[in-house]
Write a protein that binds this ligand. Structure first.
Ligand SMILES: [Zn+2]
Length: 111
């Protein structure tokens, strides 16, 4: 479980590396970049290009999905902060609230 599979999709080869490996892995056949696919995903045999293609596509769609989810979470967070600010600003002013508003505005700017 301490090893990860690094694959080259053009050559359909697998290279097992320690999970602690943090550098950039290069394919020994084509010199291209190897992709870390973890240890859970079964690697298809070299003789099955269709399965490799499927694996590549499913990884790409997973990455897109993750990006979409992250984007949505970011938008949601901004929205929550905005709502919170609207609520706070509607309340009577006091020092504690003012500094909270400032903090939230700062977070919103960085969100
Ligand atoms: Zn290669």
């Amino acid at each position: 479980m301490s090893n990860r599979n690094w694959v080259c999709f053009s050559c359909r080869i697998t290279n097992r590396k320690s999970s602690r490996f943090a550098g950039e892995a290069i394919c020994s056949e084509c010199g291209g970049e190897l992709k870390n696919i973890g240890y859970k995903i079964p690697v298809p045999p070299k003789s099955k290009p269709k399965e490799w293609k499927k694996l590549q596509e499913s990884l790409a769609s997973q990455a897109r999905e993750l990006e979409r989810v992250n984007f949505k979470a970011k938008v949601q967070k901004r929205h929550d902060l905005e709502q919170e600010l609207v609520k706070l600003k509607a309340l009577p002013v006091n020092d504690g609230r003012q500094s909270l508003i400032k903090q939230l505005e700062k977070r919103l700017k960085n969100a």
